[in-house]
Design a protein around this ligand. Structure first.
Ligand SMILES: Cc1ncc(COP(=O)(O)O)c(C=O)c1O
Length: 443
């Protein structure tokens, strides 16, 4: 049969869905077709309260008119221009605005289209930087167990989520991993940053440096708060200690802020929230309120300057994407930054955080709950796994919650909450009340 002879179908089969059990989903699909503010709407007009900001990304709420209109205007004016040897004003404007928002001397921005591409870009910049300063032997990367850095080969190599790695062979060579920081024996039910283990977990980096020698290590990459693995908040002192060790050994520190950027913790970036300055920040998601795909890497001036060099004026970094600085994404990004500023959404998140913490920890006595963790507007409620069926209980909770009009996110047996920064306390109460009801009805 030729392609032309195929009958038109729309039977759910053709779309190979990402990170989804396709057969199970297609047997029992859940669809949404409209969104506004804190809610999705199903094709039969049921409202679904979104407790996950889409996928940690719609930080300013769904379908905000200012962003929609900015995209519409840009689409009509100029839908595309390359950023290779050509420029358009909004890409420069957005980069300048981001440079202002980024902490310290992170004052240059490389545009990508996703978090995964941002991570690969940052890793490549780290290698190119060391090579440019005559330290080409610094090629190793250090990630962390349970880390999530997207799905490119760089990201899964430095990442530490087994399921994302085991199907894909040997990955990048020369990568090592820090231990994860989850220590429920000492830190279960911590409110905010856990008390115990910070120095010890960070000092594992010294052991790794001892094993490989600093002259072989390019960069350490961590999520300041590990998100996708189920919200692991860094113990007190941990990030500070990582920074000190990286400084001691001339190793770059990359914060992957794809989730923590743009107000999730009540500050523009986690780096500012924790008072720890990384050498690069990877971002995506909240950058455009997820209305158009876009990612970026914020880079310290010294790194940029080193790569610019003082020699011939050729291409300094052989890297880029057809859609780097895409005009629609830039328009969405500028409108999103305006909205964050004009509505004081980062401050709003900071103000909501303690109430959010109290309400989430109110689930402590709900059935199956073995741990609760939170920081800013991100939280996790971990359930005891069913014997021999890890993840099944949380998956059932996810389905029941959807039936009850609530969208949650689950990984393993952990339920994650990351409401939009426009949430009202009443929305947060409703999220937890529905979650309690669901936990009370599943075995
Ligand atoms: C910390 C982190 N890095 C990278 C990514 C990958 O982003 P994307 O799915 O846009 O490629 C994610 C996605 O959740 C993330 O949480």
């Amino acid at each position: 049969m030729t392609a032309h002879a195929k009958p038109p179908t729309n039977d759910l089969e053709a779309f190979w869905m990402p990170f989804t059990p396709n057969k199970a989903f297609k047997a029992d699909p859940r669809l949404v077709e409209r969104a506004e503010g804190m809610f999705y709407y199903t094709p039969d007009h049921r409202a679904i309260l979104d407790a996950t900001s889409g996928l940690w990304c719609v930080n300013a709420g769904h379908c905000r008119p200012q962003i929609v209109e900015a995209i519409q205007r840009q689409a009509a004016r100029m839908g595309y221009a390359t950023s290779f040897n050509l420029g358009h004003p909004k890409a420069f404007e957005l980069a300048s605005r981001l440079a202002q928002l980024l902490p310290g001397d992170l004052d240059h921005v490389f545009f990508t289209n996703s978090g995964s591409e941002s991570v690969d870009t940052a890793l490549k910049i780290a290698l190119a930087y060391h090579k440019a300063r005559g330290k080409g032997s610094k090629t190793r990367f250090i990630g962390r167990e349970r880390g999530y850095h997207g799905v490119g080969f760089g990201g899964i190599s430095v990442g530490g989520i087994v399921g994302n790695r085991k199907q894909y062979g040997a990955l990048l060579p020369g990568v090592d991993h820090l231990p994860h920081t989850h220590d429920p024996a000492r830190n279960a039910f911590s409110k905010g940053q856990p008390e115990h283990g910070g120095e010890g977990f960070a000092n594992a980096l010294e052991a790794i440096v001892g094993l490989h020698d600093a002259s072989t290590i390019a960069a350490v990459i961590v999520e300041p708060v590990a998100g996708s693995t189920g919200v692991l908040v860094p113990p007190k002192g941990y990030l500070e200690q990582l920074r000190a060790i990286c400084d001691r050994h001339d190793i770059l520190l990359i914060f992957d802020e794809v989730i923590t950027g743009f107000g999730r913790l009540g500050a523009p970036f986690a780096a500012e929230f924790f008072g720890v300055q990384p050498d690069m920040i990877t971002m995506a998601k909240g950058l455009t309120n997820a209305a158009v795909p876009m990612g970026a890497v914020g880079v310290r001036g010294g790194i940029y300057d080193t790569l610019m060099g003082d020699g011939a004026a050729g291409i300094e970094l052989f890297h880029g994407y057809t859609y780097s600085g895409h005009p629609l994404a830039c328009a969405a990004g500028l409108a999103t930054l305006d909205l964050y500023r004009d509505e004081g959404l980062f401050e709003r998140a900071a103000a909501l955080a303690s109430g959010f913490e109290a309400v989430v920890h109110g689930l402590r006595d709900a059935p199956h709950v073995v741990d609760i963790r939170n920081l800013g507007l991100m939280a996790a409620v971990e359930l005891a796994p069913r014997p021999g069926a890890v993840g099944a209980r949380a998956q059932e909770a996810f389905h029941r919650a959807f039936d009850e009009g609530l969208l949650i996110r689950v990984t393993g047996d952990t339920i994650a909450f990351s409401p939009s920064l426009i949430a009202d306390p009443a929305h947060i109460e409703e999220m937890m009340a529905t979650t309690r009801k669901v936990l009370e009805t599943i075995d």
